[in-house]
Design a protein around this ligand. Structure first.
Ligand code: KIV
Ligand code: ZN
Length: 388
């Protein structure tokens, strides 16, 4: 495998699939801000919106295309000329534009436009060819790929490649697949479809069963080289694959998944907070990588371990995701070592006897309060006779 093949392209769809999440609508200015942060962080491709959906979406995709420095700017289009033309009008302003066109290929989705298999195959050929005549970077997606018959999936992917698609995305639209299947599907396509080795396969997973990250990584191990994801896993229903999870998994477990991304991970925390703020979707406290508690420790055993060697209870350094330090939360589970260290940080150096006394009063307070803040400790020190 060459070095280039080991690079995994990060395709962020926070502004398209993420924004489709009910209630997550962002303003024009907010979309431009998030796109700027994604570009700066090293996201390879930003799916900026669905230009035919509204005048506002069109204007946002066009403005993002105009402002982008490094990222490829992609817009979504259904499988018809009108959508594709509108998409091109918006993305053509980018230094590096991409058109992403899709159609639902599973039996359930084929029934919606009421096309039989041959008619749909013809539609795919026409629309991908049309997109390719406008833009030399074209992505095609068989929506609901994971519930599409294998033979038909192979047939449609082959048609899209022949018509000029440069990336084929395999969406798990309803979050139905499991890691082993996700890997097998990519491996099967790479083996069976003529021309498959000349394009990039992408994986696009939804999190309905909580398997989006695992499914995306399994697909990469089987040969996919583009992961589609969103910040904080924002997206319809249970969301999409979380960008911060796949990127940090590839970084931390590079020993078993030797793939590189171009993401500056020290920017993850800031962009997570900005997306939470502008979408109105708070990040759950125990969310991997970017949750408030992801680098927080309260229990005495953990705090003591952390003070001696951070690797005892942390597999990533907080600085690697843009946090200044591990958070030793003071509460009823905290032990003496953490209290001594916290008080020293606040300027109180205590001898053993003093610590014993303060610790008793600290535990009494902690039994009454969920979390003990620095101000509580200062007050404890100032009111107690343990202060020297
Ligand atoms: O989940 C999905 O199938 C999609 C497609 C439009 C790619 O978001
Ligand atoms: Zn999706």
């Amino acid at each position: 495998m060459t070095k280039e093949q080991d690079r995994v392209v990060i395709f962020d769809t926070t502004l398209r699939d993420g924004e489709q999440s009910p209630g997550a609508t962002m303003s024009h200015a907010e979309k431009l801000e998030i796109a700027g942060l994604l570009d700066e962080m090293g996201v390879d491709i930003i799916e900026a919106g669905f230009p035919i959906a509204s005048e506002g979406d069109f204007a946002a995709v066009k403005a993002i295309a105009e402002q982008a420095n490094n990222s490829v700017i992609c817009g979504l289009a259904r499988a018809n000329f009108k959508d594709i033309d509108r998409c091109w009008e918006a993305v053509k302003h980018a230094k590096r534009p991409r058109i992403h066109t899709f159609i639902g290929t599973s039996p359930l989705h084929r029934a919606i436009p009421n096309l039989n298999m041959d008619e749909m195959a013809e539609r795919i050929h026409e629309t991908v060819s049309h997109a390719r005549n406008l833009c030399d970077n074209v992505q095609w997606s068989p929506m609901d790929a994971t519930r599409t018959e294998e033979d038909y999936l192979c047939r449609t992917v082959e048609i899209a490649i022949k018509a000029g698609a440069t990336t084929i995305n395999i969406p798990d639209t309803v979050g139905y697949t499991a890691p082993r299947e996700s890997a097998a599907l990519i491996a099967m396509l790479l083996e069976r479809v003529p021309g498959a080795d000349e394009i990039i396969f992408a994986t696009h997973c939804h999190n309905d069963l909580g398997m989006a990250t695992a499914n995306s990584l399994a697909a990469v191990e089987a040969g996919a080289r583009q992961i589609e994801c969103t910040i904080n896993g924002l997206g319809e229903r249970a969301g999409n694959t979380a960008l911060e999870e796949v990127v940090m998994a590839l970084k931390v477990r590079n020993d078993i998944m030797p793939f590189q991304t171009g993401i500056d991970t020290t920017k993850l925390m800031n962009i997570s907070r900005r997306v939470a703020a502008v979408s109105g979707f708070a990040v759950q406290f125990n969310k991997a990588i970017v949750g408030k508690n992801a680098f927080a420790h309260e229990s005495g055993i953990h705090q003591d371990g952390m003070l001696k060697n951070a690797e005892t209870f942390e597999i990533m350094r907080p600085e690697d995701v843009g946090l200044s330090a591990t958070n030793l939360v003071m509460g009823k589970h905290s032990g003496r070592a953490a209290l001594r260290s916290k008080l020293a940080e606040l300027g109180f150096e205590l001898g053993d006897n003093q610590l014993k006394d303060v610790f008793v009063r600290f535990k009494a307070l902690a039994d009454q309060k969920k979390e003990i803040y620095d101000e509580d400790l200062i007050a404890l020190m100032q009111t107690g006779d343990a202060v020297e």
